[in-house]
Design a protein around this ligand. Sequence first.
Ligand code: ATP
Length: 286
Amino acid sequence: MSLSSVTSTKCPDDFMVSKLLGEDEDSTVVLAQDISTGKQYAIKILDQEKLAHEDKLSQVQKEQHVISRLKHPFFVKLHYTFEDEKRLYFVLSYAKNGELLSYIEANTSLPLECARFYAAELVLALEYLHRLRIIHRDLKPENILLTDDMHIQITDFGTAKLPNDHRSDLKRTTSFVGTAEYVPPELLTTKRSCISGNMSITALIISDLWALGCIIYQMLSGKTPFHDDSEYYVFQKIVSRDFRCPVNMDTDAQDLIGKLLVVDPDGRLGSAGLGGFDKLKSHPFF
Ligand code: ATP
């Protein structure tokens, strides 16, 4: 595989691995130190043969392409990429404090000021992303990492969509993209042809705002707004907008969540027709 967009002067021997951060069927992420500078990085390592066998090379290339375009503090930064005969290596900024999800779970919810702070950082991050016409499509607390000074760094662009990129979904026409509890209703109800590329980028961009509404709800209540034991019932709840905010939730937060979790994408706060991100940022919750 050719990692064309980033050339690197580094190789695996330039780093000393100190611990495993996580692994799944596709990749291993390790904490490593650049031997020459002492700087810490998270290195994502992928098995080339496995990727080729499972036909996932193009997805990885796209993820690398998206991350290398992002130059904003609220996104994980890709510092180097290199490969050897067996593996691909993505050297990423290390988000020392791990996933936002673990802070929500450890405290069963976040204090209001804290949720407001992370909601505001998420809005700024999405505004930047959407200016580049990139849609994340899998925004959730597991993919929001925290740096050593507790700012967000959004990661996992494996299912992101770029303008004029119809490739990514061609093999996905029978399923949605993203994670069940955060997926917007339009991606569950729109016909297959739309999911595979005909849906306009403007319409798709608004889908990240639905996920934002879900995350704000989750930060304040500890639960996702549409949860159930079975994915089928999660989807039923999403398309019928079957959720209720806890009565003790801050009323401005309830109002904001209600304006983000709107079934019609064009009726969602932050959509271009409703004043875009400026309108969203001036909501009383912030
Ligand atoms: P995917 O949904 O793509 O399979 P994942 O949720 O399994 O992703 P990975 O991206 O494979 O996560 O990362 C594995 C683990 O390493 C996760 O726990 C993640 O939080 C952690 N991790 C990934 N990137 C970083 C980073 N830049 N800094 C710190 N931790 C990271």
